[in-house]
Design a protein around this ligand. Structure first.
Ligand code: 0WD
Length: 256
């Protein structure tokens, strides 16, 4: 397709070939987008460069961005704006919580662990929206990645579930802020997918097998499905959709 032909899209959060952001990258690239990547760790940058090469994807450029640091965000988007001119879309696919908080009782969450999860997983969406919108002068779309643990109690997801609830509320407030500029803000709520981050959640394998057993579609979700849904939300096909959480979970969230 050419749904995103000549559109400059920023992708944040490719750590390796299992990353949800990598599935998204493939969908957006096949739809004709010019891709700009941000990374946090040098190791992720190297992996990303290899992946891009192997898949014959030419990035517009790659820039460092640690979402814990306002200065890093400002610098990254300044550089993106200077190089790309206009930004048409942004994919936020980053989250973090200490693994020792992703098990046991939520009540035992430390203050530090709580603030870290909120900082990187929820506040970061507001911070990057603020910087990106300066260059989104032709309107466009912002899409983040969330999970069912925001809406329901999912064992062990704990502090991350609370951070995702804040993220989903942020999607709505941000949608109102930037709607006047023709920018839409949405989230994809994916079913469990085996990635580096997912390894940190205790009992993660069980969550995947329950989707296979109970979800209407009786199969697991993969990165490519999330990629195509994200493509839809960024494209003009979703021009009437904002402030929305779109479940890409084989329908799991509708069953009791
Ligand atoms: O089952 C799953 N895997 C699901 C994940 C189901 C539903 C939603 N999600 C969400 C995650 O919560 C996250 O928001 O999808 C998003 C992407 O997660 P992923 O693809 O599962 O995880 P991973 O491949 O580990 O990528 C997460 C990225 C990493 O990139 P880097 O370059 O930093 O290695 O988020 C990054 C993380 O390190 N990240 C940060 N990026 C910038 N600044 C930061 C930070 N401070 N902290 C973490």
């Amino acid at each position: 397709t050419s749904l995103l032909k000549d559109k400059n899209i920023v992708v944040m959060g490719v750590a390796n070939n299992r990353s949800i952001a990598w599935g998204i990258t493939k969908s957006l690239y096949n739809a004709g987008a010019n891709l700009i990547f941000t990374y946090r760790q040098e190791r992720s940058k190297q992996k990303l460069e290899k992946l891009l090469e192997k898949n014959e994807i030419k990035p517009k450029f790659i820039v460092s961005c640690d979402v814990e640091d306002d200065e890093s965000i400002e610098q990254a988007f300044q550089e993106i704006g200077e190089n790309a001119g206009t930004i048409h879309g942004l994919v936020h696919s980053v989250a973090f919580a200490n693994t020792d908080e992703l098990k046991g009782d939520y009540a035992d969450t430390s203050r530090d662990g709580y603030l870290t999860a909120q900082n990187i997983s929820a506040y970061s969406l507001a911070a990057v929206t603020r910087e990106a919108r300066k260059f989104m002068t032709e309107g466009g779309g912002i899409v983040t990645q969330t999970y069912l643990g925001a809406e329901r109690v999912v064992p062990n997801y704990n502090v991350m579930g609370v951070a995702k609830a804040a993220l989903e509320a942020s999607v709505r407030y941000l949608a109102e802020d930037v709607g006047k500029d023709g920018i839409r803000v949405n989230a994809v709520s994916a079913g469990p997918i085996r990635t580096l981050s997912a390894k940190g959640v205790s009992g993660f394998n069980d969550k995947m097998s329950v989707v296979e057993e109970k979800a209407p579609l009786r199969r697991q979700v993969d990165q490519d499905q999330v990629g195509d849904a994200t493509l839809f939300l960024l494209s003009d096909l979703a021009r009437g959709v904002t402030g929305e959480v779109l479940h890409v979970d084989s329908g799991f969230h509708i069953v009791a």
